[in-house]
Structures are given as structure tokens and as C-alpha cells.
Design a protein around this ligand. Structure first.
Ligand code: F3S
Length: 755
């Protein structure tokens, strides 16, 4: 329906010559990742080989996708850029703002009412600027993109960290902040540090209880949440070719949890079947025409160690189902070891809720396999002991699985079907009793399980597994249950065992949908009005940030020294704050409220150096701002991991923080900080983190000579009169230094448009 076949023809038309040019400069066989990247260079055919993990390269993505929470700020920024239409095909997806409480129908009606102002804004901006608009209830961005827009060999960016989901269909799809989306929609190149390459060779074949999800749960255990940073993960081998396209999507989706730039699979028969199954036979035909370019060279896969920076091999035939967690997605447990881990760690054994679906795991295959277990429960007189929810990824999937009877099966075990939206996955879960903050366990087929993410309760132990394992455990009601080996007692007192799940990759009768929820934009949107009320507390037009003052930054007060994990959820919490995504001043009241203060081990409680008293981080920062004092935030490793939300960068900028100094950054967050004109610095010696004291006043020296690859100096003035001078690093290139000087990238875009 809503794809752009002419655009795909143009992309494929360039492949032959661009790959020939890439072969010449690289001088050796090419991985699939290199082929796609070199085919999407902003400057056309390659004339140099780029250094992996070193060169900053300009790309020309084919598409942009935005979800409703991040789209607000992206589009508010785009409106400032002064263009009549978006430069590349773009879409908006209303999925994040729908709260899960009762069930799909009621929750959707409530959300449509509560978020009317925001949906109207997004619909009208989309209509005006030529952007496809997917209404609330149409589905979750990544599933809708996979079904409608992803294509083998394409390149897209999306304002959500699970954009890599489209890698399941052979697309380089990268999660970015709204500022990057704004650049590309404004017709500017998109810059990325040329990634390192991790090859994952899959041998064997999945069987029984093991699912595609277990591949990424295993990989997350191997690589950890940082292991993929700055890298694209390319999967290959006979095992890869045996996985369904949607199973590959699951693996790529959750690649975000290892910090990977993105993940990708090559084009194969499964991709072709999925394209044809989702009404895109014309794309499959085109892809078949350039097949050899839509996978890595045979020589690369025969000797992967020579061509990838790191290689992992997994035998699918031997892979056990995994359960990862709690509180981090890289704590990987094969199911045979999980019950012992639960006991040894004292995690709550009773399973309260099992949740399947989300953008990660809501394919027809996932739902049909989970339903096969629910059906067995009914037939074997088992009553599900835990609550159980199902979140379909799109209206097309929902309609189809309802038609095929699966939703009715879930109903028989007490399953509740939630709206086709993010819901509990993003903290949009009005879970009864969560406010009591009791210790409890849940298990989901989602991708992320940081503390508080699902229901806001820090004591909810959230585990991640395949939909099959989630369903089996929900039936048993216990984290100690291993469906591969254990039996359950049914209503008649008999011991019964669940058989292996069964399912279908694609519906036999094809997909169907009555109203997919898509609204095409006006041909000419010049007369369309976009309305933002000046009194709105949800939307606020942006004011440009101030340019750099041209001097070193001196006399900065330490706002907070964050200890340990500091994700974008800690910096700009989701959940109830989502509703302020389009209002920078209001959402700034959540700035860093989840970060742990190094000096007192508590959240949202920092010292105000002006008064000596302790208080919430945002209020303390507003006090410094009112006094005209700049501040600095200090952080630990992988600061800003998690989502792509640029609010985590805009809020500190808006409230007057000037510098974020950390041991290391998560990639997207570091770029977002640069876009907003913030100084993002890392300790040259990570141990210098220990030198920062609570009452320090801090200077940043060397900014008048701010140059790529040149360190800056930080002077720490301690209250006892002593001082420490430390060297800090940065990764700003020449253009990014201009962003800093102009006070943000948008200030430069607007100036250029006006010329
Ligand atoms: Fe939504 Fe969760 Fe995916 S928040 S986009 S369903 S990761």
C-alpha cells in the first residue's frame, strides 16, 4: 500500500555502479553492511575506503520513521527548518501514548481523547509537510515499518532505538534522535561514524521450544549491553537463512540492547516470502534482480575472521531457550539454569504477569506459536496461574490473528488483548497495585527490562524471553517452571506436560485488515494550518538555544555526579512524563530524577551549592539557572544508553547545563548532546571520575582552540583550596564543533535555509 516503488527502483538502479566503486576502494570482498553503506553515500560513488570506528561519513537515508512520542519534538524542530515538504519519504506512528489499563478498545478510546491535542498536531504537521500518518491503534512503528516500508538493501533512520527491527528484511535501519530525523527530512546529509562490523555466524536450525528470540538473548549474554557499541552486527550462515523474516526482525530489534548501531540479515527466500506475503511482490521481483548485492560476498562468509572485527558463532540446533534479567537484558540464563538462579538470588518465584507481543515479538509466527500453548492449556485442563496480556504489533496482525482464532484461544486462558501499541513496554501500563511497590516478578517478550520501565515499580523483577516461554511460564505461574522438562498439575489433579509450541511463519489465508489506520498526506499542504496553543501544557514551539559565548567555560557548579547505570530513562524518565514530550519546559521537570547521586546514593536528591541544602535535581538546576550559573553533570560508563530520545539532551541544555563529562557514552546520546550544542566529554583516565567532589567548581579550558582530536583540560577547584587538572577527550569533528559554536545544529540548518 504505502510504499514508494519508484524510490526503491532508483535505489536499486544505483547499486551496480556504487558497489563496483566500493569494491575498488575497499580492495577486498564486501560484507552486506559495507555494500549498503557504500550504496548510500551522500556524495555518490565511493572514492575512498572509510576507517571502521574512525571516519565520520555522510549518508543519504531512503526513509525516516517517527513514533509519536519522539515525533513531536522532531517535527517541532523540523518546523523551524523552513522547508515546504520533507525531503525523503517519512512517516509518523501513534503508538507510544496509549496507556494499557483495561483492554484494547477502552484504552484506545481513552488515549484518543486524552491525547487529542497531540494527535491533531501530528496529523496536521504530517498532512502539511507530506508525511504519512499512522493513527493511534494502527500499530507499533517497527512492526508497521516491517510490513509496509522496509526493503532489502535500503537505509532508513527512525526516532526510536528499536528501528533496527527492519534489519530483519535486509535494511540498514538506525535509531536516532529527533534532531537527526529533522536533518534528513530537511534534505541534509546524515552523518554516522563508519561502524565496526561484528559477524554472527548461525549454523544449524531452530527446533522445539527454541525461538529466534533466544538467538539475541544469547548474543546479549555474550556481548553485554556495551558489546555492540559503534558496530553493526551482520548475521549470516545456513542458520540465518532458516529463520523467518519476522524472527530476523526480532533479533535485529533487540540488537539495540547490546548497544549496536544496528543489525542486519541478508536477503533470502524467507525475505522474499515475507515481501510477497505482505503484498509487496513487486519489491520481491526488484530485489531478485540485484540479489547478489543484497547479501555479503561468499568469500566474506567463508572466512569471516578476515573481514569482520569480531566473529561469534552460534549453533541453532544446540541453542537452549533463554530467560534474561532481571533489570538488565544481558543477564542471560539458559532455561535449564534459570530456576537455580531464581532461588540463589532470592528473586520472587511467583510469576505475577506474562506479557507477550510488542514491536519485538508480535509477528504472526510469534502469536500462533504462543496460541498453540494456550490451546494446550485449555485441552489439558490447565488454568493459567498468572495474568497474561497480548500486545499485537499492528492492526494487520491483530485482525489476521483474530480471524484465525488465536485471540479467542488467549481469551480462554484469561488473556487480555491490549491495544496495538507500546503500552507496558514503555511504562504506559496502569498496573493495578504497582503503587504499593511490592517485590514481584513479571516476564515479557519485549526487549528492555530496566527497573521501573514496565510499571514504574522499582521492585518489579522483569525478565525477557520468547513469547513461547512467557506463555508457558504464565500458565505455570512460577519462574521455577521449565516447560522442557517439568510437568504441571491440572484441574483434575493430573500431571501434564506441555508439548513443543507449533506455529506458522505466515498466515495460510494471507494477511487481512479492514482499516489499517493510515492517512496519506495532502498533495499540496501549503494551506494546511498547524495549531499549537500558547497555553498548552503538552506542546510548546521551540526557541533557538543561545550560541557559545566564545570563551572557556569557567565557574561551573557540579549539578550531579551520577553513579553507575544512567540510561536515558534515568535522565528523562518515560511513563507519566511521555505526555510532555512536545513541551520542553514541562518535561524538563523530570531531568535526571532517576540518576543516583554518587555522594548520598539516592535519586533526585542533590546538593545546591548556593544554599547547602539538598533537593530535587530539576529544581536545583533551575535555581542555578536563575542565578546565572552554568553547571556540569558527571557520569559513569555508557552514559545515556537506552533510547534515542533527544529530550535527554535537550532538557539539560534548556535548563542551563553546559557540559556532560563521563567515563563513556552510548552513541546516540552522545550525538544528541552534540546536536543540541552541549559539550559531551569523556575522562581520558576513567579513574579521574573519583577526583570529582560534591562541592567542586569546575572550569573547561581549551574551547577557544576547540579542534578535532585535541584534548580539553578540566580544572577542578575543591573547597579546601586544592585543585586537580585533568585531561578529557571528545569526539567532535569540524562540523560538530560548528554546532557547538552556533548553540546547536538547528541554528545552522535554519541559517542555511534562509540563504
Ligand atoms: Fe514500543 Fe517497546 Fe517497541 S516502547 S517501539 S514496543 S520497544
Amino acid at each position: 500500500m504505502a510504499f514508494d516503488i519508484e524510490m526503491i527502483k532508483a535505489v536499486y538502479g544505483r547499486y551496480e555502479s556504487r558497489i563496483a566503486a566500493a569494491r575498488k576502494v575497499v580492495g577486498k570482498p564486501l560484507t552486506l553492511t559495507e555494500k549498503i553503506l557504500y550504496a548510500h553515500l551522500w556524495d555518490g560513488e565511493a572514492n575512498e575506503a572509510y576507517g571502521r570506528g574512525k571516519s565520520y561519513v555522510d549518508f543519504a537515508p531512503d526513509r525516516v520513521a517517527m513514533q509519536d512520542a519522539t515525533a513531536q519534538m522532531a517535527l517541532l524542530q523540523f518546523m523551524q527548518a523552513g522547508r515546504p515538504q520533507v525531503a525523503v519519504p517519512s512517516t509518523v506512528h501513534c503508538d507510544h501514548l496509549i496507556q494499557a489499563k483495561v483492554g484494547a478498545e477502552t484504552d484506545l478510546a481513552v488515549a484518543t481523547d486524552q491525547n487529542k491535542e497531540v494527535y491533531d498536531f501530528l496529523a496536521s504537521v504530517s498532512n502539511k509537510y507530506g508525511i504519512g500518518f499512522w493513527k493511534p491503534g494502527a500499530g507499533i512503528i517497527h512492526q508497521v515499518v516491517l510490513e509496509n516500508y522496509a526493503f532489502p538493501g535500503g537505509m532508513m533512520i527512525g526516532t526510536d532505538s528499536h528501528t533496527p527491527n527492519a534489519g530483519g528484511l535486509g535494511m540498514i535501519a538506525i535509531g536516532v534522535g529527533g534532531a537527526d530525523a529533522c536533518d534528513v527530512m530537511a534534505g541534509l546529509p546524515w552523518e554516522l561514524k563508519f561502524p565496526k562490523l561484528i559477524g554472527v555466524k548461525l549454523t544449524g536450525k531452530l527446533s522445539g521450544w527454541t525461538a529466534a528470540k533466544d538467538v539475541i538473548l544469547k548474543v546479549a549474554g555474550i556481548l553485554t549491553v556495551k558489546g555492540g557499541t559503534g558496530a553493526i552486527v551482520e548475521y549470516f550462515g545456513e542458520g540465518a537463512r532458516s529463520l523467518s523474516a519476522t524472527g530476523k526482525g526480532t533479533i535485529c530489534n533487540m540488537g539495540a540492547e547490546i548497544g549496536a548501531t544496528t543489525s542486519i540479515f541478508g536477503y533470502d527466500e524467507k525475505s522474499e516470502a515475507y515481501l510477497r506475503g505482505t503484498d509487496r511482490a513487486d519489491i520481491a521481483d526488484l530485489a531478485n534482480g540485484i540479489k547478489e548485492h543484497l547479501t555479503g560476498d561468499a568469500e566474506v562468509y567463508a572466512n569471516p575472521e578476515q573481514y569482520f572485527d569480531q566473529v561469534i558463532e552460534i549453533n541453532l540446533s544446540e541453542l537452549e531457550p533463554h530467560i534474561n534479567g532481571p533489570f538488565t537484558p544481558d543477564l542471560a540464563w539458559p532455561i535449564s539454569k534459570f530456576a537455580t538462579a531464581v532461588k540463589e538470588n532470592g528473586w520472587p518465584e511467583k510469576l505475577e504477569v506474562g506479557l507477550i507481543g510488542s514491536c519485538t515479538n508480535s509477528s504472526y509466527e510469534d502469536i500462533s506459536r504462543a496460541a498453540s500453548l494456550a490451546q494446550q492449556a485449555v485441552e489439558k485442563n490447565l488454568v493459567a496461574k498468572s495474568e497474561y496480556t497480548v500486545t499485537p504489533g499492528s492492526e494487520q496482525v491483530r485482525y489476521t490473528v483474530e480471524r484465525d482464532g488465536f485471540l479467542e484461544t488467549f481469551d480462554k486462558i484469561g488473556g487480555v488483548v491490549l491495544a496495538n501499541a507500546c503500552g507496558p513496554c514503555i511504562g504506559q501500563w496502569s498496573r493495578h497495585g504497582a503503587e504499593k511497590k511490592e517485590r514481584n516478578s513479571i516476564i515479557t517478550s519485549f526487549n528492555r527490562n530496566f527497573a521501573k520501565r514496565a510499571d514504574g515499580n522499582p521492585n518489579t523483577h522483569s525478565f525477557v524471553a520468547s513469547p513461547e516461554i512467557v506463555t508457558a511460564l504464565a500458565i505455570s505461574g512460577s519462574l521455577l517452571f521449565n516447560p522442557l522438562t517439568d510437568t504441571l498439575t491440572n484441574e483434575k489433579g493430573e500431571q501434564v506436560k506441555l508439548d513443543e509450541p507449533q506455529g506458522l511463519e505466515l498466515p495460510v489465508k494471507g494477511f487481512a485488515v479492514e482499516d489499517a489506520g493510515y492517512q496519506a498526506p495532502a498533495e499540496d499542504g501549503s494551506q494546511v494550518q498547524v495549531i499549537v496553543s500558547p497555553t498548552s501544557d503538552r506542546l510548546q514551539l521551540l526557541e533557538p538555544f543561545k550560541a557559545w559565548e566564545g570563551t572557556d567555560l569557567t565557574g561551573l557548579k557540579l549539578l550531579i555526579k551520577a553513579k553507575g547505570k544512567c540510561t536515558t530513562d534515568h535522565i528523562s524518565m518515560a511513563g507519566p512524563w511521555l505526555k510532555y514530550r512536545g513541551h520542553l519546559d514541562n518535561i524538563s521537570n523530570n531531568m535526571l530524577i532517576g540518576a543516583i547521586n554518587y555522594f548520598n546514593d539516592s535519586a533526585d536528591n542533590v546538593k545546591n551549592q548556593l544554599t547547602g541544602s539538598y533537593g530535587p535535581v530539576p529544581a536545583t538546576q533551575r535555581a542555578y539557572k536563575a542565578a546565572g550559573i552554568n553547571t556540569i553533570v558527571v557520569g559513569d560508563e555508557n552514559y545515556g544508553e537506552g533510547s534515542s530520545r533527544e529530550h535527554a539532551a535537550m532538557e539539560p541544555r534548556h535548563l542551563g547545563v553546559r557540559v556532560i563529562l563521563v567515563k563513556s557514552f552510548a552513541r546516540i546520546h552522545e550525538t544528541n548532546l552534540k546536536k543540541q550544542g552541549m559539550l559531551a566529554l569523556t575522562f581520558n583516565n576513567p579513574a579521574d571520575y573519583d577526583l570529582i567532589k560534591e562541592d567542586d567548581t569546575i572550569d573547561i579550558i581549551g574551547l577557544t582552540d576547540f579542534t578535532p582530536d585535541k584534548q580539553l583540560t578540566v580544572v577542578l577547584h575543591h573547597t579546601d583550596g586544592s585543585e586537580d587538572r585533568i585531561q578529557v577527550n571528545h569526539t567532535y569533528n569540524a562540523q560538530q564543533i560548528e554546532w557547538f559554536k552556533a548553540g546547536g545544529a538547528l541554528n545552522i540548518i535554519r541559517k542555511n535555509q534562509a540563504q
